[in-house]
Design a protein around this ligand. Structure first.
Ligand SMILES: [Zn+2]
Length: 430
């Protein structure tokens, strides 16, 4: 029988586990899993696997074979291994099965930090380091949410699973982490009932999807000539300049008018957008460049992905009418469809109730401006009971002096603990 005070006992257990949770997070931060290229993946996989073993889980390591690297890891050398860690704790019953997913890779630290990025510095009730928010805190919270239930003396009626994955940060139409686990059937709608991805979307809101994206590489061709006789050439940079002018003053204003009714955060991200990220052009000051390469990032939510493609193609083609010398080719280097799951589903309701109980606010349901691994779980595995909720702060991801407050870490753990107990059910084991 579930006792009436089960919630308080579980919440108290999270408080009692505070130091252990903090130390686990600091240990995770101390393993620099920078991606690209994907450093120390075997070390962190071993560390997490060992901890899950000690906590009584069945642990599996799912490594991506080198022959799949050209397709799944085109950006890194095969010497950087790609290892997923799976941990499973069968409950009284196989179902329902709640699957927690978290990526252990982090973006490179870069420079300008006021603390060492990989020391797990604890200062002023905050933990600092690359991954403190995105998303090693999510990993610590999900592991200790379940642990708190067990140490409080309860046995889960359903089954809980974890996947600790690499390569979320390098995107990809496919990847060596969550995509690969979905492809191999480890995360599958026939065996997985609920999925919670503990990305840093803040402790007081629920993320029910994300925008779509297309990245393009555009090559604009000119004609090489000596810089002393530039009239003999066609300057690819000048062609690019005309194009960029039109993108800024014609295309961008049009995209800004497309404001989504969905609750994308931050507010400005409700608008469709296009962003120039890379320009490569020219080899020598006294040579007219014959090639200019531009890379664009287009984001959208309510638009159909094929309409987005058609619009950009038509835009480029229209430039040819204005300027017959305008020659280009366009390559799509990445795409992700938007993801939106229903808000009126039990997973969202239970999570919402737990956030109200722990944090004391009614959480807004939001959509993330960027993409994340939710796309593989919803779009590829076909699981719509899949949301993103984690204690880190979105605005602290990928920044210098990334950190998390201990309050957020503990509250996030509590919310996930109550959510797990409610979704799977608990028996008193005593
Ligand atoms: Zn992340």
């Amino acid at each position: 029988m579930m006792r009436v005070d089960w919630k308080n006992k579980i919440l108290k257990e999270v408080d009692d586990l505070r130091d252990e949770i903090i130390e686990f997070l600091r240990d995770l931060i101390r393993i620099p899993t920078e991606n690209p290229p994907g450093t120390n993946y075997p070390e962190i996989a071993e560390f997490i696997g060992k901890r899950m073993n000690e906590l009584g889980y069945e642990v599996d390591f799912v490594e991506v074979p080198p022959e799949r690297f050209p397709e799944l890891v085109p950006f890194a050398e095969p010497k950087y291994r790609r290892i997923n860690v799976l941990a499973r704790l069968k409950g009284v019953n196989e179902r329902p099965c709640l699957h927690f997913n978290g990526h252990y890779d982090v973006v490179p630290a870069g420079s300008g930090w006021s603390v060492p990025p990989y020391d797990g510095v604890l200062r002023h009730e905050r933990i600092y380091g690359r991954g403190a928010s995105d998303m090693k805190s999510g990993i610590a919270a999900m592991v200790y949410a379940v642990e708190a239930i067990r140490r409080a003396g309860y046995k889960l009626r359903g089954t809980v699973e974890f996947s600790f994955v690499p390569d979320e940060e390098t995107t990809g139409v496919k990847n060596a982490g969550t995509y690969y686990l979905v492809e191999k059937g480890y995360i599958n709608k026939n065996r997985t009932d609920y999925v919670i991805i503990t990305e840093p979307l803040n402790v007081d809101r629920i993320c029910v999807g994300h925008r779509g994206a297309i990245w393009w590489r555009l090559r604009i061709y000119g004609k090489q000539a000596h810089g002393a006789m530039p009239y003999r050439g066609i300057n690819a940079a000048y062609k690019a300049a005309t194009l960029l002018h039109l993108i800024e003053h014609y295309l961008t204003p049009r995209l800004k008018e497309r404001i989504s009714k969905h609750n994308v955060v931050p507010e400005e991200a409700k608008k469709s957008s296009i962003s120039l990220g890379i320009i490569r052009c020219g080899t020598k000051v006294n040579t007219v460049p014959e090639l200019c390469v531009l890379e664009f990032d287009r984001r959208f939510i309510d638009e159909d992905i094929d309409d987005v493609r058609r619009e950009f193609h038509a835009f480029l083609e229209s430039l040819k009418l204005i300027d017959p010398e305008f020659k280009y080719d366009l390559e799509e280097t990445y795409h992700a469809n938007p993801v939106i799951v229903p808000e009126d589903q039990p997973l969202v309701k239970v999570l919402e109730e737990s956030i109200i109980e722990v944090v004391g606010v009614v959480p807004p349901k939001v959509l993330s401006p960027g993409t994340d691994d939710q796309r593989f779980i919803v779009n590829n595995a076909g699981i719509s009971a899949a949301i993103v909720y984690g204690p880190g702060r979105l605005e602290l991801a990928h920044v210098v002096d990334e950190h998390i407050s201990i309050d957020d870490l503990i509250n996030g753990t509590k919310v996930l603990a109550l959510t797990t107990a409610k979704l799977l059910g608990v028996n008193s084991s005593s």
